[in-house]
Design a protein around this ligand. Structure first.
Ligand SMILES: [Zn+2]
Length: 366
């Protein structure tokens, strides 16, 4: 009896092993070795199952989560007869798609506003739903009204980057008509309330006029720089005085008419600015010490030539630059432009004119 029982047990075991093996073969599920799925792609559980064999994939039409980059598993619910089980299928979500950016060509910004103000308008969309890093580059200045080209780069967490160049218009605060323009050398300017600024600097010459009495006095920047320069030249044993500083419009009318009476209109226009075209009316220039060609022989003139730029002043109408400035040489007339620009224009003693530097003209229309 004992021996017979043993044989039966062995047969049962063999049968069980055979059934199990058969079931394993029949109920296997084939999947790919590695699934790499683009972020936000529409993928269903059934897409991860190559061959379910005898199984029914209960959740075949269920979308798997592809919103976040990284390794994940999807649970495929398999059913055979009345037996349900879950098989985990690993997959990796990757992101190889760069963020998308607004198709518009440009943006407006009020002067002084942070560049990040345009962030919402950029309409940046990325498939990975993770934070996108936005960087701005290019020669733009949100504190200076004008028109600029700004390069915006949007980088997602996988390093995919989109770049686009937009036109950025930095508007003058407040109301009023403003027109923006670009000089032949690519500087940005605007005209508002009868005053023209290029790269933030007030420009008054024969091309760019100034509204009558738009400025009441020499500017505070001019005065502060002048006082600093006066102390320095006094320390060197010389003296500086303002022979003619800010001029009211009617005084420029008087000066110009005198000049016309004396020289005739054609010559007067090379010597005296027409009313509405004088830097003196803008409060940014002054004639120092002696309004005479003789001034060039003075030690004060020599000192100014070597030092005025250090205080932000330039010799506005250098010798031999009539074609650029529209004026004959004026050794006495100095313009305040700030130290940074003054040093550039000083050019080691070989003065560059404002017109040449900005790429603008100085010519009357008539
Ligand atoms: Zn002058």
């Amino acid at each position: 009896m004992k021996r017979k029982n043993g044989i039966i047990l062995v047969i049962i075991l063999l049968l069980a092993v055979t059934v199990c093996a058969t079931l394993l073969v029949l109920l296997r599920v084939d999947t790919a070795k590695e699934y790499r799925i683009e972020a936000s792609a529409d993928v269903m559980v059934k897409d991860l199952v190559l061959d379910p064999h005898m199984n029914e994939v209960v959740n075949a039409s269920q979308y798997i989560d592809t919103s976040t980059v990284g390794e994940h598993t999807a649970g495929a619910i398999l059913k055979w007869l009345f037996i349900e089980r879950i098989v985990d299928i690993p997959y990796t979500v990757i992101d190889t798609t760069a963020p998308e950016m607004a198709s518009k060509t440009g943006f407006y910004l009020m002067c002084g506003q942070d560049i990040k103000t345009i962030e919402n308008e950029l309409e940046i969309a990325d498939n990975s739903k993770t934070p996108v890093e936005i960087t701005y580059s290019g020669e733009y200045d949100t504190d200076t009204p004008g028109a600029y080209d700004i390069k915006v780069a949007a980088k997602d967490e996988s390093g995919n980057t989109s770049e686009k160049v937009y036109r950025l218009i930095v508007k003058v605060p407040g109301s009023g008509e403003v027109s923006y323009f670009e000089t032949s050398k690519g500087f940005l300017g605007y005209t508002k309330d009868g005053m023209t600024y290029i790269d933030g600097l007030l420009i008054v010459n024969k091309t760019y006029g100034i509204k009558a009495d738009a400025v009441a006095d020499l500017t505070d920047e001019f005065k502060a720089a002048y006082n600093e320069m006066l102390e320095a030249i006094k320390a060197d044993g010389m003296y500086l005085s303002i022979e003619s500083g800010h001029r009211l419009h009617r005084f420029q009318v008087y000066l110009y008419n005198n000049s016309v009476n004396k020289y005739g209109k054609a010559v007067a226009d090379t010597k005296t600015a027409r009313p509405g075209n004088s830097e003196h009316e803008g409060g940014v220039a002054a004639d120092f010490n002696w309004v005479s060609q003789q001034f060039r022989n003075s030690k004060e003139y020599k000192w100014l030539q070597e030092n005025c730029y250090k205080y932000g002043f330039i010799l506005r109408y250098p010798e031999g630059k009539y074609e650029e400035t529209g004026y004959e040489y004026e050794p006495w007339h100095y313009r305040y432009v700030g130290k940074e620009l003054a040093e550039i224009l000083y050019n080691g003693g070989d003065w560059i004119t404002l017109e040449s530097y900005f790429g603008i003209t100085s010519e009357y229309k008539d």
